[in-house]
Each structure stands twice: as structure tokens, then as C-alpha cells.
Design a protein around this ligand. Structure first.
Ligand SMILES: [Zn+2]
Length: 313
């Protein structure tokens, strides 16, 4: 191969790796946005997992953000990947995964554009691609299954070491009574609105009843809020952010939540990330069955596959 041919091959391989949101993609095979800042692994399940704050890349040509929060959510990208692998091992199918590989000091993919980037075109492009891939994943899930379930995955460092489940209600909202939570004014603002309206399940039951994700995760050994054990979160509490507000739209058959994982026992080591991912997958299987009427099928012999995740994520 002469030098000209090898340069052409290099250019071709670069462009093959870059995908634009909206393109037809192969399940389980990573594609990347411009400069590989956003990675999208397309799935076939109606589960869309986004990791906006776990990226570590800090290219020098993109200036650091000065305003707002710039700390990354450590190990949440690794946790998202482990969750994707456990779901694959347990069900035989991929969830959709969207990973922002840029550090939060360069772009905050869980903020509106005005606050997310500070005047850099490449960071702005990455922000658009992140949300474009989420949109594409949700649309494909809706086309295939009739709905999409979005999990925006984060990590918090709050004093109360519980998993915080954000449905777009803050702690003051959640301190209200169950009757209020079941009123349409609350439901309209909830990321679970589609489940309430399409599945006929009481909103309060989905927030902190026995069928809530919080209750199911607690049964699997991970304290949560809101949940049966702690229906009203302590301050501070993350209610869910821009991504949830933008994408969880009942009229488009999209529902979901923001999951904020505390660090100890959940995301501090590869072994703990695996344990949490297994518990979350088990909880999601029950949640999907009883609340969404959807069976996340079990793969025969899956426990034998799981220990291999200790090696790499
Ligand atoms: Zn975060």
C-alpha cells in the first residue's frame, strides 16, 4: 500500500466511525459523533441509558466552562457500561447506551444549551449529538415496542447514602400527601406521566409504593428515596434535570427517571458496580413486568456470563 492509499484508508476509517443521529445502525456496535465525543451503542430493548457526566476527555482546544457545576460524576460511565452488559447477559438483548465522553468541564449534557457550553462550536455539536442519539434511541424503542424507558444515570455525593430517584418532583413536592400526588397537576409534571395515563397505575404507587423502583431496589439491598422506606427525600435531593424534562414526554410514549447513585457500595469499585447493576437489572425486570406490561426475557445460563465483567467494563 503506498502512502497516498494509506492516508485515504485512514480518512475513510475515520469517517466510518462517525455517525449522525438518525442514521440506521447495528445493535450492540458503538458509533460515535464528531471527534468521538459522544458514543452511542444502539439497542433493541425499550431501555435507553444516558450517561452525561461520566466523561473524562479534556481536549485543550475546548475552553473550560467557568459557570455552573464542572465536577464529573466519577465512575458513572463505567457503571452505565456494566449495566448495559448485565442487561445483555440477563436478557440476551442490548439496552441503548448514550455516553458523553467529554468531561463536564467542557460540556454539561444535562443542561439547556445556554448553560451547557460556553461558546465553543465543537462542544455545542457534542451537546446536540448527545440529545440527538437519545432522541433516535427513544424513537426506535417507541417504533418497536410502543414506548421508551429512559434512565439518565448520575452520581451524587449527598450526606444521605441512598440512591436518589428523580421523577421531576423535588423534596417539597414529595412531602405532599398521596392524594395530591395522584392529582393531574402532579401527574402532568411527572416523568412517569405515560405510565399513569397508559397503564392506569396510581402515581403515588409508582413514586413510593410497593411497585415503585425505589421499593424494588430496596428489596435488592440498595436503600433509595423516594421509596417505601423513605418516601420523602432529605435535602439536598436531585429531582431530575434537563434530559428528563426534554425527553420524557407522555405524548411521545416516553417515560423514565434520573438515577443518582451514591458512591460507596454502588460505583466505587468494579465489583460494587457489578453488584449494583445486577440488583438494578433484577429490579427493572420486575418493574417492567408489573408496571409496563413488558417482559424482559431471561437468558438461560446468564449467571455464568456475569463474573467475566470483573475484568473490564
Ligand atoms: Zn450528574
Amino acid at each position: 500500500m503506498n502512502q497516498k492509499t494509506s492516508i485515504l484508508c485512514l480518512i475513510a476509517s475515520f469517517f466510518m466511525a462517525v455517525a449522525v443521529p438518525g442514521a440506521d445502525l447495528a445493535t450492540g456496535t458503538s458509533v460515535f459523533g464528531s471527534r468521538q465525543f459522544i458514543e452511542y451503542i444502539p439497542g433493541s430493548l425499550p431501555i435507553v441509558i444516558a450517561s452525561p457526566h461520566g466523561g473524562s476527555e479534556r481536549p485543550e482546544d475546548i475552553p473550560d466552562r467557568i459557570h455552573g457545576v464542572t465536577d464529573m460524576d466519577a465512575n458513572t460511565q463505567e457503571l452505565a457500561k456494566t449495566l448495559g452488559k448485565v442487561i445483555l447477559a440477563e436478557t440476551g438483548q442490548h439496552a441503548h447506551l448514550i455516553l458523553c465522553r467529554l468531561h463536564r468541564i467542557k460540556v454539561d449534557a444535562n443542561r439547556r444549551l445556554l448553560d451547557a457550553v460556553e461558546g465553543n462550536a465543537d462542544a455545542e455539536k457534542a451537546w446536540h449529538e448527545h440529545h440527538g442519539f437519545i432522541e433516535q434511541a427513544c424513537q426506535q424503542s417507541v417504533a418497536k415496542h410502543g414506548f421508551a424507558f429512559l434512565i439518565d444515570l448520575h452520581g451524587h455525593g449527598h450526606p444521605d447514602p441512598r440512591v436518589e430517584l428523580g421523577y421531576l418532583h423535588d423534596a417539597i413536592d414529595l412531602a405532599d400527601c398521596a392524594e395530591a400526588h395522584d392529582e393531574s397537576t402532579y401527574v402532568q409534571r411527572s416523568s412517569l406521566r405515560w405510565v399513569v395515563e397508559q397503564r392506569g397505575i396510581r402515581h403515588s404507587d409508582l413514586l413510593y409504593g410497593s411497585r415503585s423502583l425505589g421499593a424494588l431496589l430496596e428489596l435488592a439491598g440498595f436503600p433509595c428515596t423516594p421509596s417505601q422506606m423513605k418516601p420523602v427525600p432529605s435535602h439536598p435531593f436531585f429531582r431530575g434535570g434537563y434530559t428528563l424534562t426534554r425527553h420524557c414526554r407522555a405524548e411521545e410514549n416516553i417515560t423514565g427517571l434520573q438515577i443518582e447513585a451514591n458512591r460507596p457500595r454502588l460505583r466505587d469499585t468494579a465489583e460494587n458496580r457489578l453488584k449494583f447493576a445486577i440488583a438494578l437489572t433484577k429490579s427493572l425486570r420486575t418493574y417492567f413486568k408489573i408496571n409496563l406490561g413488558f417482559e424482559l426475557a431471561e437468558t438461560q445460563g446468564s449467571p455464568a456470563i456475569l463474573p467475566t465483567f470483573h475484568i473490564s467494563e
